[in-house]
Design a protein around this ligand. Sequence first.
Ligand SMILES: [Fe+2]
Ligand SMILES: [Fe+2]
Length: 139
Amino acid sequence: MGGIVEWTDSLLTGIDEIDQQHQTLFTCLERLEKTVSFEERWSAVHFALDEVENFTRIHFVVEEALLRLHAYPLLAAHILEHRLFISKLEKLKEQSLRADVSDNLVKLLKDWLINHIGKTDSHYVTHLRTAPVAAVTLP
Ligand SMILES: [Fe+2]
Ligand SMILES: [Fe+2]
């Protein structure tokens, strides 16, 4: 309780697999928040950041594959947002080897996630529900 990282059901997309992954991302962020606020050793913070990054990568791959499958028209812009977040995470992970990661940085990650899930991800929900799976052309 009381942490800055909290899942809210208003972020649900109604697509089960995506919702489960989004919730897991929040769980990873909560762990990161705890290591930072309890001032655990830099290695614990680095490990928690690594976990956030790894799971984020998995989620982005799944989400992008799903959007590709449904020929989502805003896919390129969506992928770009994902890439920018990954590079933010990479930079932070590198910094965590040299300096302490602050509560503020965890808050930035959380704000990005809430904004991305609540706005950018929510845009594809109607499309996935209405657009048929695009024809797959085999080589
Ligand atoms: Fe997402
Ligand atoms: Fe996304």
